[in-house]
Design a protein around this ligand. Structure first.
Ligand code: F3S
Length: 755
């Protein structure tokens, strides 16, 4: 069974009790976001009112979803925890590693050839530990989650930023790093700063060419890529209720593009229809019984300014189609105003490709509305000017769309139907042989992100984000400034024709259908399954537990690098071509800190090897120390480790024998990741002491044996001229986290508790 109705009923039972309690404790009516947060507290019933944007709170999510790129290290780590099964229902989805080239059949086959060891590994680990496995070609993680697992009022985490898509079905769904997912899989709590709340009131109703995508493109234009940071965006109002469930998913999906923690909508009739259409009438029935708990309190929506930190109102009846880009998803342009803007900025007006798909816009409704435009082109004798590529969101969507003639409408325009996978959305698109030197051009797509090089690796590709129906219209016209509301096109007979407004179905009139949805349920008892990984594999490597602390002060640890200025997780563990080694810690460690600027010499990836006196690459020097069993130290500036939550940025230095990272300040998630990997994440008590660090320094941690919560540590810094500085260091380790350090990692500790 794809979902567990018993678990969902239990969540609703808790919700009734806990929401009432939270209302009493906070002494106010509650938003939907608060209801979901307060009903998923690790401690059960709330005992205090949390301060938004301030308090760190432990939660107990209901589900976890992982995609194939991030699942590799997450599962490798989970295997270290010594558990028989995952503690929380979990699924793995193979969608990121399939390149779009010639079309679904050949592309899928070639992905199976190239990445079979990764897929086989993920499949067998899933089977062993009770994880549901969605095979390559089954669909894009967030579409599959919406169709099978998301439920109103639930809380889920996923190792992908667009996990937030499930807000379309009334969840609080949040993208996290692998280390967080592993904690929850292993039965631990998940910590989150209690979010701020942004309320978006939707009035009016969408019509004509305007689609749910335009709502979030408009919101992105208002809030910009940072405007949602640390907040949950909650949509409400009659306009919200008038939209389909998958349309709500689109809006929540792109909440990631405004930096929001997540976005959500209250339970309504569109969600009930969607649940029933996707074979979950029992979930709808259970939700109907507690529906007042699955939406914000009436008083909150009547006086939103009183209860949200920020309120925005959008009238859907006045909203016009938007085209956002290039290079940033918040650069909003209303259709009809593009010519002037593009001309002024030198954006190519000729459009070469129109792409429909991604987790943002690949539902049945999306495809059916875009297909209604494609069909008109054929019927009205138009010739498509740009090329067309389609990635259906799931096999269920693809199968049903094929049955209903939707895919044929695209194929009649010579569209290529790619695999049900991410494809061009994550740069898995064989568009060019030499993307770096490819020409300047424009493309339009229905995806969420349009940063330089994201789709095709070409820095000269100007990618614009819009709704699927607008992608279809623009691809047919071949013009970025085409306005289907006013403009005509010349057909084969030289006649001027106009495209009519798109039409479509919210849900398939004949119901969804699928032959093989690509799901593999795990066996009941996987304890006998042996996970074998070839020693010669360069993609997957089983982890070896990090060594526990020997209980002694650490003396004579050389400086590996003193990072100068900004040092994000990208500087510590670069992405790009390194992504393919995400499941192989030793191989990916060859990118460790190669992007960080060395404070001595101001160059990247060039540091002094204190053993030889020579300069070499950071990973090479770290390996040289490791070979002699020497632990090293990294020093950094402010906000060290900001950026993504990827755990590789902590695991790689740890693997290369770095024991301490001493900085002016940390990005909190990275600091926690260092702690989880059994390292010392420390801050200078006096920031100016950063300036004392010299290139040939060695560090003596002289009171590590008294490591205790709230007590500063002392490090003696030995300089090359034998002089010494004694520096005080702060830390934020609590007693449990000090145990992680003692045991060598949080997972080592969990494993020891199993015995
Ligand atoms: Fe995949 Fe792009 Fe979504 S990479 S998960 S389709 S954002």
């Amino acid at each position: 069974m794809a979902f567990d109705i018993g678990m969902i009923k239990k969540v609703y039972q808790n919700m009734v009790e806990r929401v009432d309690k939270a209302r009493e404790i906070t002494g106010k009516p509650l938003t939907l976001s608060e209801k979901i947060l307060y009903s998923h507290l690790w401690e059960g019933n709330a005992t205090k009112a949390f301060t938004r944007g301030k308090d760190y709170v432990d939660f107990a999510p209901d589900r976890i979803a992982c995609q194939d790129a991030t699942a590799q290290m997450a599962l490798l780590q989970f295997m270290q925890a010594g558990k028989l099964k995952v503690a929380v229902p979990t699924t793995v989805h193979c969608d990121h590693l399939i390149q779009a080239k010639s079309g679904a059949a050949t592309d899928l086959k070639s992905a199976l050839d190239t990445s079979s060891e990764v897929f086989d590994f993920l499949g067998s680990v899933s089977n062993k530990y009770g994880i549901g496995f969605w095979k390559p070609g089954a669909g894009i993680i967030h579409q599959v989650v919406l169709e099978n697992y998301a439920f109103p009022g639930g809380m889920m985490i996923g190792t992908d930023s667009h996990t937030v898509n499930a807000g379309g079905l009334g969840m609080v769904a949040i993208g996290v790093g692998g280390a967080d997912a592993v904690d929850v899989m292993a039965g631990m709590a998940w910590e989150l700063k209690f979010p701020k709340l942004i309320g978006i009131k939707l009035t009016g109703k969408l019509s004509g060419w305007t689609a749910p995508k335009d709502v979030i493109l408009k919101v992105a234009g208002i809030l910009t890529v940072k405007g949602g940071t640390g907040a949950i965006v909650e949509y409400f109002g009659e306009g919200a209720q008038s939209m389909s469930c998958t349309g709500k998913g689109t809006i929540c999906n792109m909440g990631a593009e405004i930096g929001a923690t997540t976005s959500t909508f209250g339970y309504d009739a569109s969600m009930e229809r969607y649940l029933k259409a996707t074979d979950r009438a029992d979930v709808a029935e259970a939700a109907n019984e507690v529906k007042d708990y699955l939406t914000g309190d009436a008083e909150v929506y009547a006086n939103p300014e009183k209860y949200f930190d920020q309120v925005i109102e959008i009238n859907l009846s006045e909203l016009k189609p938007q085209i956002n880009g290039p290079f940033s998803p918040d650069l909003a342009t209303t259709v009809g105003e593009m010519n002037e803007k593009a001309t002024k900025n030198g954006w190519p007006l000729d459009v070469e490709w129109g792409l429909i798909g991604s987790c943002t816009n690949s539902s049945y409704e999306d495809l059916s509305r875009a297909a209604s435009i494609a069909k008109q082109a054929t019927d009205k004798g138009l010739v498509t000017k740009a090329e067309f590529g389609i990635n259906p969101g799931s096999e269920q969507v693809r199968f049903t769309a094929e049955r209903d003639g939707i895919l044929k409408a695209f194929e009649d325009l010579d569209a290529t139907i790619f695999t049900n996978a991410c494809g061009p959305c994550i740069g898995q698109w064989a568009r060019y042989n030499d993307p770096k030197n490819a020409p300047k051009n424009s493309i339009v797509h229905s995806f969420n992100r349009n940063f330089s090089k994201r789709a095709d690796g070409n820095p000269n590709t100007h990618a614009f984000v819009t709704s699927p129906e607008m992608v279809a219209a623009i691809a047919i016209s071949g013009r970025l400034d085409f306005n289907p509301l006013t403009d005509t096109l010349t057909n084969k007979n030289g006649e001027q024709v106009k495209l009519d407004e798109p039409t479509g179905w919210e849900l398939p009139p004949k119901g969804f259908d699928v032959k093989d949805n690509g799901f593999e349920a795990p066996i009941a008892d996987g304890s006998g399954i042996n996970i074998s990984v070839s020693e010669t594999s360069d993609r997957i490597q089983l982890l070896t537990p990090f060594k526990p602390w020997d209980g002694k002060n650490i003396l004579g640890a050389p400086l590996l690098i003193k990072a100068f200025g900004k040092c994000t997780t990208d500087h510590i563990s670069m992405a790009g071509p390194w992504l393919k080694y995400r499941g192989h810690l030793d191989n990916i460690s060859n990118n460790c800190l190669i992007g960080a600027v060395n404070a001595f010499g101001k160059e990247t990836n060039k540091v002094l090897n204190q053993l030889t006196g020579e300069y070499d690459a950071v990973p090479a020097v770290a390996r040289a120390y490791k070979a002699k069993n020497i632990q090293s130290v990294v020093v950094g500036d402010h906000n060290y480790g900001e950026g993504s939550s990827r755990e590789h940025a902590a695991m790689e230095p740890r693997h290369l024998n770095v024991i301490a990272v001493i900085v002016k300040s940390f990005a909190r998630i990275h600091e926690t990741n260092l702690k989880k990997q059994g390292m010392l994440g420390l801050t200078f008590a006096n920031e100016a002491d950063y300036d004392l660090i010299q290139e040939k320094d060695k560090f003596n941690f002289i009171d590590l044996m008294e490591f205790a919560p709230g007590k500063e540590l002392t490090v003696e810094i030995e300089h090359a001229d034998s002089s010494k500085d004694v520096v005080k260091l702060n830390h934020t380790y609590n007693a449990a986290q000090i145990e992680w350090f003692r045991y060598g990692s949080a997972l080592n500790l969990i494993k020891s508790l199993q015995k």
